[in-house]
Design a protein around this ligand. Sequence first.
Ligand code: NA7
Length: 545
Amino acid sequence: MDNTPVPPSPAHPVDVVVVGAGLSGLYQLHRLRELGLTTLVFEAGEDIGGTWYWNRYPGARCDVESMSYSYSFSPELDQEWEWSERYASQPEILRYIHHVADRFDLRRDVTLRTRVTRAVYDEAGHVWQISTDTGRTVTARFIVLASGCMSMPKDPGIPGADSFTGAIFHTAGWPREDVSFAGKRVAVIGTGCSGVQAIPVIAEEAASLTVFQRTPAYALPAHNRPLRGTEIAELKARYPEFRQAQRLSRGGTVFDPPTGSALEADEAERTAAYEAAWESGLLSGLLRTYTDILTDEKANETVAEFVRSKIRSIVTDPATAELLLPRTFPFATKRPCLDTGYYATYNRPHVTLVDLRTTPIETITPRGIRTSDWEHGFDAIVFATGFDALTGSQLAIDIVGKGGATLRDKWADGPQNYLGLVSAGFPNLFTVLGPLSPSVLTNIAVSLEQQVEWITDCIAHLRRNGLTEIDAVSGAEADWGVRVAEIAARTLYPAAESWYRGANVPGKAHMFLAYAGGLDRYREECDAVARSGYTGFALSTASSS
Ligand code: NA7
């Protein structure tokens, strides 16, 4: 096999185009380089970082502990990097990503400010013709979509935004320059995880803050704090074992699994367990107390009521507390939020909560936001309205596969693929953290490594065997879709109108979009497929090769 790098041009295909220079894309580049493959990464942003480049809103912070939410592939990197806080802030994670890119010399293959707009499969040559918004075109054997699971901001669908004379921000596209809300009347629309993180920080600065809430969240305290030198040293001393335990874990974080049912415990025992979980500051602390929180409505309700009791105890105005109580979906069937001071923020005199269930937004006006009963005046509006999750970034690209079929048409009723990795009829195109994989239900730092490593091994296998195409077999893909749906149906996830189910985007097909069987089981399935010579995939060689 000739591994000599060739200059990328339509006449000289590169081996792989990676879309996105976030955590997934950069690691994919690193691994493909080790194989000796010519790899180009296209990144729409002005810099690398992906999610951590775009989501630089006030208070943006990871909800997985920093020493767990980081690459595990390099023991040296593990030892040399030092996280300062239990939960890393967006600027610190971005610094980490820059450090990794420099340390492994990744930047030279990343083209910034370039969005991949179209990819057309050449069935005879087994290559993709890729177009970008800068006019640059490239031919590549493989594409890896490392374009993010939460990277396509959702259109909030609120009329009148163009007429607003103040400043408008979206948490997922925050400006790089400093934004000051000092002395300003600020509105935040949305109380998902981004809003919940931003609201307390914006409230610190703004003259007044009005929060427009449609659905109250379950928000849990992070108990964030600086990391102590001793605890960093202790974990670093056993990092290799810890990383291995993460890899083999159900969700990419290490913990002792629960053993009992919430309904078998008496109330005092349950409350003690929930108090300890609340105090732990872990996003999944409450979920891990008992085995049936995500599978039994009554068990779930015990946790939900515990969180409601906490909200009542923190928020001093009973009417505001009542509005903040999540009641319309079971606990954790939408992603819970991890916050610092969220509920207490509503005790501040300059912070107001507007309940959109009783007074919906009608329009944005030049002066502010008009709800069904009032026009609220603002200097700035912050949209924290979320994403077209899991499929948005892939379908933003016009992807044309075998027989001229488009991925948009194929996925019109929901995504279909095999192992969350390849969609039949769209060969040689892999997705990292995409739909029907564990992705957003796990610590994505661990999930992305698993998928990137599987993809890398797969490409290596093809090259070793003189093969130029891998496609999913339709039957295997259909079986996978059924399995993903069956696993979700055994949980309470379908009970929520969540972005996990595509329910937050008007017109998007409603189906559970992630594999809820656990990263451990998913890894085993993927490894078994590879070991068996890629059962469920069709491998072939182009006649011109
Ligand atoms: P989310 O979790 O989708 O939250 C979006 C919030 O915005 C949620 O409260 C929505 O209410 C609200 N929303 C969305 N559109 C509107 C309109 N048109 N009017 C009023 N309110 C609206 O996104 P986040 O960015 O907070 O978090 C996404 C993930 O990123 C997070 O889970 C982490 O994993 C990282 P709704 O619930 O739809 O009634």
